[in-house]
Design a protein around this ligand. Structure first.
Ligand code: HEC
Length: 100
């Protein structure tokens, strides 16, 4: 009997948590700032601690809610060209507490 040994290939993902690409920033500027950078909009403000409790829901939930819309948040945050991955990138960007 031949035993197949898994060679244990490990894909080491380089963390890019603080390296939001320009494309995501651009999408954020175009589509999300209308509410997420306007305190009176009722939307959680980008780069503030308002995201702390939201992040606890998990990014999957946040992305799904962004896709489907939630409360006064329109589906896709009006970004019809955004993929789920784009939305996640933008959300991670907005959830950074420090100003970019
Ligand atoms: C027209 C205003 C508006 C725009 C544009 C908008 N949002 Fe929002 N967003 C909101 C409001 C209001 C909430 C709070 C919803 C609530 O909890 O009732 C929200 C909440 C969210 C949440 C939290 C969802 C949750 O689970 O609580 C995420 C994530 C989010 N927005 C992502 C985005 C992204 C990404 C964009 C740009 C592509 C965007 N939004 C554009 C108004 C907007």
């Amino acid at each position: 009997m031949i035993k197949k040994l898994s060679t244990g290939l490990l894909l080491v993902m380089v963390s890019s948590a603080n390296a939001t690409d320009d494309y995501s920033k651009e999408l954020y500027e175009i589509y999300c700032t209308a509410c997420h950078a306007v305190a009176t909009s009722g939307a959680p403000q980008a780069f503030t601690s308002e995201w702390d409790k939201l992040v606890n829901k998990g990014f999957n939930t946040l992305v799904n809610n962004a896709i489907n819309g939630i409360g006064n948040m329109p589906p896709m945050g009006t970004c019809t060209e955004c993929s789920a991955e784009d939305l996640e990138d933008i959300i991670r960007y907005m959830a950074q507490e420090q100003k970019p």
